[in-house]
Design a binder for this molecule. Structure first.
Ligand code: GLU
Length: 542
């Protein structure tokens, strides 16, 4: 009775009952095996690859089970919120093709029957259940202030609890109705804490689909359910939201394993059945000292999903790389099914890797190269142009001026080639990679080659006529090289190198360096065709 009176004193405006709230969220009618899962990010203005990894796992689990995938914005931490955070998040999800069955639109409309899909719009529900728990004696108001002295006491209590691994009850847990009233009459604000029923030596076991059964110390702390501003910290919000919204599987980062015992006690206090957990490992990197560490927002540009957009990576590259990390079987599947869409690869929660996967940029770039190698010249050109319009307007202007030339460049050694060249892994690298197309190259020959290069290129320029096939082009070079004392037969050259100025490969190298400034490049004949006869002649004047 006393507890009921305290609850009413604390929440006089909360008139809805828990039963009424539960009635608003009827149980979802699901077919056997259908999974309802969600992505529940805090909009911080930064989409971390680890969060995206989790979003992608849950997306696949929902889709593979023909289930439901929803987005819940966990925006209760107002300190962490940044302007445009929602837009940045939505843009990243959209770019990578993550679609939700239920969510709130950017302009605030709920799509789905289990909303609102934004936590700050659900505050009344948290209060209803907090009031219920107080009325049942399972929770209580705490008037401890964060004044200096008090904060020290709270801190000490916290560390003591951690050190001793024993329970520590809050001093406010047994306040009487009169005491509560006195605090309130005094104008004091309060938090709501769970009155843990544990004593500190209990252990529990819970199941995780990725890690298996986990044994842990039971919660034995009067944790906060509602802060003094009425906002719930993660555990209470999680229990209420995931229950009301009909989540059947909670996919989240393994950093939540440590606090799961507290979540379990909250579920029990609320009388809610526990939801199946699926804690995914965190993505790691090898640090500078060879150590394995979590991929970090601070040190690793590739921790930010926006990075992949800005660098113009094919979106499938990151998705396929993440699938590789989720389940090592993906790599073999991809080899055996080179033309299938990644979404044809199905995996079960129990098949998700339990060990932290390593992010390896070289491997990732290889995946990106393989994907771009399958694109037509036109597709690559269009992607490049679209990217440039956003990130390099000057380049976009140049690309737009001469589409045929640049489509040809993009198609070079790729379109229709039996073994397409695997050299480009993102759009941001292309201007530098093809810099000889945009500007006169810096030409430098090795000292030993200087005179021969000059002589050969002069003769080549004098006779230069654009060839119409690669073979014709090569024949021309070969004939000229032969007439100037270069070996046209490599066996002869190898047997007696001193008898020649070099071989045909050397002559080709001179042309390549004059035209591109590099010793390696895609097919020189095509590059020269793209540049056109006048430009080629200009470049041959070294
Ligand atoms: N807002 C939490 C986070 O971003 C959600 C965790 C969860 O998925 O339950 O870490």
């Amino acid at each position: 009775m006393e507890n009921k009176k305290i609850a009413q004193l604390l929440f006089p405006d909360v008139t809805m009952t828990a039963e009424e709230v539960l009635a608003k969220y009827p149980k979802r009618s699901l077919k056997e095996g259908q999974i309802v899962t969600r992505f529940a990010p805090s909009p911080t203005g930064f989409v971390h690859i680890g969060n995206f990894f989790q979003a992608f796992i849950s997306y696949n689990l929902a889709k593979n089970s023909d289930g439901i995938y929803f987005l819940r914005l966990e925006d209760t931490d107002r300190k962490r919120e940044k302007a445009n955070a929602k837009e940045i998040l939505y843009k990243a999800l959209e770019t990578f093709g993550i679609k939700f069955d239920e969510y709130q639109t950017l302009d605030g409309k709920d799509v789905g029957q289990y909303g609102p899909y934004v936590q700050t719009q659900r505050e009344v529900y948290y209060k209803v259940f907090a009031k219920k728990l107080v009325a049942e004696g399972k929770a209580f108001p705490c008037f401890c202030k964060k004044t200096e002295g008090k904060e020290d006491v709270l801190k000490q209590r916290e560390t003591k609890w951690l050190e001793n691994d024993a329970c520590e009850y809050d001093p406010c847990r047994d306040l009487t109705y009169e005491e509560v009233k006195a605090h309130l009459d005094n104008g004091e604000s309060f938090a709501i804490r769970l009155k843990t029923k544990n004593k500190g030596d209990e252990r529990i076991v819970f199941n995780d689909l990725i890690k298996g059964d986990i044994e842990a110390k039971a919660n034995a702390k009067d944790i906060i359910l509602l802060k003094s501003d009425g906002i719930p910290p993660y555990p209470f919000a999680h229990a209420i939201d995931d229950t009301l919204m009909g989540t059947t599987m909670v996919v989240r980062g393994e950093e939540y394993i440590a606090s799961t015992p507290a979540h379990i006690e909250i579920f029990e206090a609320l009388g809610f059945p526990l939801i199946q957990y699926c804690h995914n490992p965190l993505i790691c990197k090898i640090g500078d000292e060879g150590n394995r560490r979590k991929i970090s927002k601070r040190y690793d540009p590739e921790a930010n999903m926006t990075y992949y957009i800005e660098m113009g990576y094919p979106k499938e590259a990151i998705l396929e790389y993440l699938l590789n990390m989720i389940n090592s079987g993906f790599e073999i599947w991809r080899k055996n099914n080179p033309s299938l869409h990644w979404s044809e690869f199905k995996f079960k929660p129990t098949e998700i890797t339990a060990v932290a996967p390593l992010f390896d940029i070289v491997k990732f770039n290889d995946i990106a190269k393989n994907i771009i190698a399958t694109w037509s010249g036109e597709k690559l050109y269009n992607a490049w142009l679209e990217w440039a319009r956003q990130y390099d307007q000057n380049l976009a202007g140049i690309l737009e001026e001469n589409p045929q030339k640049f489509i040809r460049l993009c198609a070079m050694d790729r379109d229709g080639a039996a073994k397409p060249r695997k050299d480009i892994y993102n759009l941001a690298m292309m201007k530098e990679y093809f810099k000889y197309i945009f500007e006169m190259p810096q030409v430098e020959f090795e000292d030993a080659d200087k005179d021969n290069a000059k002589e050969f290129l002069k003769a080549y320029a004098e006779n230069y006529k654009e060839a119409s096939t690669n073979e014709e082009w090569f024949e021309n070079v070969k004939t000229l090289a032969g007439s100037l004392g270069y070996a046209t037969d490599n066996k002869l050259y190898k047997a007696n190198p001193d008898a020649f100025k070099g071989n045909v490969a050397k002559a080709c190298e001179f042309i390549r360096v004059a035209i591109t400034g590099q010793k390696n490049s895609p097919t020189l004949f095509t590059i020269m065709q793209i540049l056109g006869e006048d430009e080629v002649k200009e470049r041959l004047k070294v």
